[in-house]
Design a protein around this ligand. Structure first.
Ligand SMILES: CC(C)(COP(=O)(O)OP(=O)(O)OC[C@H]1O[C@@H](n2cnc3c(N)ncnc32)[C@H](O)[C@@H]1OP(=O)(O)O)[C@@H](O)C(=O)NCCC(=O)NCCS
Length: 138
């Protein structure tokens, strides 16, 4: 497959799966982009904290792209993959996919690259331990 082509199915298991509700809509009636960004941040933060085994903070979000709208009632699945682990930071690629309540087709709606920093109890960056096994980055 061409690397720039959007795959028709997401890879792996979602970090979060949720339903877009009326309160998440913008004045035009579609889902508000800020809600989707929050879900992406939650998904990436969950994966980051599990990998670092500590609290983590979002330090940057790069190239968030809204490809398709999300509608009220859609199932929204957030996929988060660690693509780089540095000394205290991790880069996590996040994709959001929608599925109509009454359908099977999944459509990629958003992607972005998040950087999280592992923090100690004082809120300072801490070194991330190396790990092997299912949580190891690609
Ligand atoms: C996260 C935080 C503690 C990092 O502090 P800092 O002084 O920048 O720390 P450092 O300079 O030691 O950088 C720590 C790591 O973050 C990376 N980093 C810092 N700023 C970055 C940026 N803008 N983009 C990407 N990576 C960044 C550094 O490269 C370093 O990575 P490494 O340890 O893997 O080499 C500080 O920026 C902070 O508290 N930010 C607010 C976090 C927050 O509230 N997030 C929620 C916002 S809604």
């Amino acid at each position: 497959m061409n690397p720039h082509e959007t795959p028709s199915q997401p890879r792996g298991e979602p970090a979060i799966r949720t339903i877009a509700m009326p309160a998440d809509a913008n004045p035009a009636g579609d889902i508000f982009g800020g809600w989707l960004m929050a879900q992406m941040d939650l998904a990436a933060g969950n994966v980051a904290a599990r990998r670092a085994r500590s609290r983590c903070a979002t330090v940057s979000v790069d190239r968030i792209t809204f490809l398709r709208p999300v509608y009220i009632g859609d199932e929204v699945s957030l996929y988060a993959d660690i693509v780089r682990v540095g000394r205290s930071s991790m880069t996590i690629q996040v994709e959001a996919w929608r599925r109509s309540r009454d359908g099977e087709e999944q459509v990629k709606v958003t992607d972005a690259s998040f950087v999280f920093v592992a923090l100690d109890q004082g809120g300072r960056p801490r070194v991330i331990d190396p790990v092997s096994g299912p949580q190891a980055e690609h």
